[in-house]
Design a protein around this ligand. Sequence first.
Ligand code: PMP
Length: 391
Amino acid sequence: MSGVYLDYNGAAPLDPRVLEAMLPLLTEGVGNASSVHRFGRLQAAAVDEAREHVADLVGGRPGHVVFTAGATEANNLALRGMVEGEQRKRSRVLVSAVEHASVLETARWVAAQGLAKVDVIPVAGGGFVEPESVESMMGPDVMLVSVMAANSETGVLNPIAEIAKRVHAGGAIFHCDATQIVGRVAFDLETVGADLVSVSGHKICGPGGVGALVGTRRSLLRVRPVIHGGGHERGLRSGSINVAGVAGFGAAARLASEERNDEAPRVARLRDRLVQELRQRIPDIQENGNTDRRLPNTTNVRFAGADSDAVLVNMDPVAVSTGSACSSGSIEPSEVLQAMGLSREAAFESIRFSLGRFTTPDDIDIAVRKTVTAVSYVRDMTYTEAVNAAS
Ligand code: PMP
């Protein structure tokens, strides 16, 4: 499809090399990866290879990769599975205020079921979690702390290694949603000190609907399954494996590891040019969150006086996003931006641009032109006029 795609944090386009790795498994592959016959063994070999690439991507061990149907499921498994395993020993969970809905909603569910008490770690204007805040909230009753590596909406990076130290000093497990950081900034489970890590295929130019929870042996032993059945994936995720999806995820993980060092600085230059040109051409704009410590591909920009939904519909064919893609369609402004102290109004005026592997300088030129006209158009009109005019 033609257009300028700047919504990589929502879902990155499938790399053709990933598709190539998946196709034989879809067209020629047959057999269940758990079957012992020759067909099944071929499927299992593809899964094993993918397990190695995904383990490499996060610095874990292949045997400690639990394939899931995405990072949402991995986050559910980490939180719910750990709480159900540990609830008799410790009773409190900490999650940051800027987590993805799959962490926040699971935490709310766990609390509503009476399985654990949940406390939310606040963030300041920069949008990152201070290790000191974590330390001050720790206690002997805390079993699990979940803080993401990079925020999907602002790209802001959390000091996760520092946070992990505080969590471990309190004797708790550290879960890190690494969905947005992998392939963009170096991430290593051991260096960070993460006990459980969630990742997803479609953020790294792989297929959607596949992800993984990777852990240390010790922490995985403490997790209880959420999906019960034939005991696949160390007994933590029953169900026949989506072999082609997993193979695609593996190929995407390999490419992300191999190409990150070249791709990240190239994408950062394009992102910085985008911001610079928007600043030169549009008055009264501001980037949300700490810009010194963030993903190379992301900027979240507030265009004061221009409702972002109205800007968005006037930007076609440039695809960007307002708030988290997973909560778009809801009329509430971004929870993440509000947690950082932005007013509802400011959050409603903010747009995320997220670039990636296939973004070109031409894409940036078009995006700048389209944003400039859309913002000035919307600033001159009421919301209803702008939306009606676009439709
Ligand atoms: N965590 C983060 C930080 C994300 O950005 C996303 C995707 N928006 C998810 C989890 C959920 O991933 P998936 O789509 O694979 O379920």
